[in-house]
Design a protein around this ligand. Structure first.
Ligand code: DGT
Ligand code: CA
Ligand code: CA
Ligand code: ZN
Length: 584
């Protein structure tokens, strides 16, 4: 059992307890336990197994949860969870994923209509029967139908970091085996897509078949779906992330890597190009076809570069392979020089123990220094986020002064910018008075509440926020939570146009739950002249490492280093901030 398994099972149990109407205090203790364990630096399994350790020494784990954790360790579940899974339909947890349905409504549906499946629920909505229940009406029926469509779209997909972690674990388990020359990711994971259907891995070398055995008997394998002579497919854990591993001959490794990286659309376009050139492209190589005899001669396939070159193209970075015009650019030698992780010199959005972060300012600074950064901005929440302990005007002012003193001493070995993630209130007013915002180096304005406004009202709200003279950037501009909540509706072009004209930057929030802006939005905003910051919104020192997911999204959006302000040197960046401030 890994920490994430404990965490997920506790969270699921809490969900089921909500449907059952259990005691709120108990539910909260499960949720808090889940959150603690998810980011706990040690393995919970190890602590449970150690005779010298007490699990109740982990903050937030009381006697009750300690019993539950022991149950989970031995049975993979716990008593309350099993009871509730008996009582409710098998798909109970799915129902909570439907936007518009809370646990109380779900309980009512189970009780009143005896629904078992999401299909049953869909039928109820289509037959306009949901409205028979108190406080449910035609509007909710429509909302639930939209929620069901989204649910089906999301089901079976995984966040990028989840898939990435699984892939890295397998890759690490194969490295060092004699006779394995290369293990590499392919598919949507290599393209850095924001969510992943399944993980594709490629192995080459004389011992590649052995690698397939290793994968099939891996510690997290829940089920072996298939085992052929050159491919094995497994399901990991109960979440069921599928991993396809293919063993390949090194003479065609490049062609196979190209083929299995996709996307399908990119591959189709590439194959058509090959045909026009009298060639044939497959996962085995690029072949010249003799028009008279039909005989095939291999002209490329060992390396990906070789395949692209033989097709008259520059090598195309995987993140761009979506058939969005990248082939034309590669032909004209005009591909962008995409931003790289190494270009990043600072992280500009992070939380500390002053609001809901779990590291102190010093700990965050230390972690950032370890990543080689020259500067960071500390951006805790503002007071509207009361449950996070958000800052009011006085604390904002005090914080800005404290940061000035810290920078004077230079003790932290990294430049700190004083910042704030300031809530944009329902009417577009900033949560903190302008004279307090004026004390700060950086103000990121974010929407965290009233996300269900109509598009026109949301557009007005964002435009009103952009009028704040101290706003530096829009944080997670569309509010989406991947696999969970769609972007809130607003007029993207109008808002971005206004941000660009005011010199307000746009965030690419690198948190793998968000990746907001999306690659498509980045592309559209760049075309309008926007400048971006890529930041992690870290609530823990470890989460600063999420920067790479933001970089993947930026690369998919076609960004170069100069489009992103936190690639600037400290001097250049500080000057950009000053320019921004004197514009006001
Ligand atoms: P996913 O797994 O849904 O996140 O997306 P992908 O792109 O990883 O898709 P997957 O795993 O079905 O296939 C991996 C790659 O293999 C895909 O990107 C391109 C290639 N591929 C798979 N099936 C086909 C096909 O029918 N035609 C072509 N041209 N390529 C394919
Ligand atoms: Ca895949
Ligand atoms: Ca696959
Ligand atoms: Zn936020």
């Amino acid at each position: 059992m890994e920490n994430r398994d404990f965490s997920r099972i506790l969270a699921e149990t809490a969900d089921l307890m909500e449907i059952a109407g259990d005691d709120g205090f108990r539910i909260r203790s499960y949720r808090n336990g889940a959150a603690t364990i998810e980011s706990y630096p040690e393995r919970i399994s190890d602590i449970l197994a150690s005779p010298e350790r007490k699990i109740t020494d982990v903050p937030g784990i009381g006697k009750g949860l300690a019993v539950v954790l022991h149950e989970i360790e031995t049975t993979g579940s716990c008593e309350r969870r099993d009871e509730l899974l008996q009582k409710f339909p098998a798909a109970a947890l799915d129902f909570l994923q439907i936007q518009g349905l809370g646990p109380k409504s779900v309980a009512l549906l189970f009780e009143h209509f005896k629904v078992q499946t999401i299909d049953d629920l869909e039928k109820l909505c289509l037959e306009k029967k949901l409205r028979e229940l108190p406080r449910m009406g035609a509007k909710l029926e429509e909302k639930v139908l939209r929620g069901i469509a989204q649910f089906r779209e999301h089901k079976g997909r995984f966040l990028l970091n989840v898939a990435d972690a699984a892939a890295q674990e397998i890759i690490a388990s194969l490295e060092g085996i004699e006779g394995i020359e290369a293990v590499t990711t392919a598919g949507s994971l290599r393209r850095g897509k924001e969510t992943i259907g399944d993980v594709d891995l490629l192995v080459t070398g004389p011992a590649a078949a052995l690698a397939l055995d290793r994968v099939a008997s891996g510690p997290r394998v829940y089920e072996v779906l298939g085992r052929g002579s050159n491919k094995t497919s497994v399901k990991l854990g109960r979440e069921g992330l599928q991993v396809d591993v293919r063993a390949l001959d090194s003479s065609s490794f490049g062609a196979a890597l190209q083929y299995f990286t996709g996307s399908k659309e990119h591959n189709v376009a590439l194959r058509q190009r090959a045909v026009r050139m009298g060639l044939k492209l497959s996962e085995y190589g690029l072949f010249k076809v003799d028009a008279a005899t039909g005989a095939e001669t291999k002209i490329a396939g060992e390396s990906e570069e070789g395949v692209y070159a033989a097709l008259g193209l520059d090598w195309i970075p995987p993140e761009l392979r979506e058939n969005n015009g990248e082939i034309e650019l590669a032909e004209a030698h005009k591909l962008p020089k995409l931003i790289r992780l190494a270009d990043i010199r600072g992280d500009l959005h992070m939380h500390t123990t002053s609001s809901d972060g779990r590291g102190t300012l010093e700990e965050m600074a230390e972690a950032a220094r370890a990543l080689g950064y020259e500067y960071i901005a500390i951006t805790d929440h503002s007071k509207a986020m009361a449950m996070t302990g958000g800052l009011d005007e006085k604390r904002v002012t005090d914080f800005a002064r404290a940061v000035r003193r810290i920078n004077e001493t230079g003790d932290l070995g990294i430049r700190i910018f004083s910042g704030l993630e300031c809530d944009i209130l329902k009417d577009g007013v900033m949560d903190i008075a302008e004279d307090a915002l004026a004390e700060l180096d950086i103000v990121i304005g974010s929407v965290h509440s009233h996300m269900n406004l109509e598009a026109a009202a949301m557009t007005d709200r964002l435009l009103a926020a952009l009028e704040s003279p101290h706003l530096t950037a829009l944080g997670h501009p569309t509010g989406r939570l991947l696999l969970h909540r769609d972007p809130f509706p607003f007029d993207f072009d109008v808002v971005i146009g206004d941000a660009v004209s005011r010199g307000v930057w746009l965030e690419i929030n690198a948190s793998p739950e968000r990746l907001d802006l999306s690659a498509a939005h980045v592309r559209a905003a760049r075309a309008r002249g926007a400048k971006f910051l890529i930041d992690t919104d870290a609530h823990h020192p470890k989460s600063l490492a999420n920067m790479r997911y933001g970089i993947l999204t930026a690369r998919r959006g076609g960004l170069e280093a100069h489009d992103v302000v936190n690639t600037f040197s400290l001097k250049h960046f500080a000057a950009a901030l000053r320019r921004h401030q004197t514009h006001q």
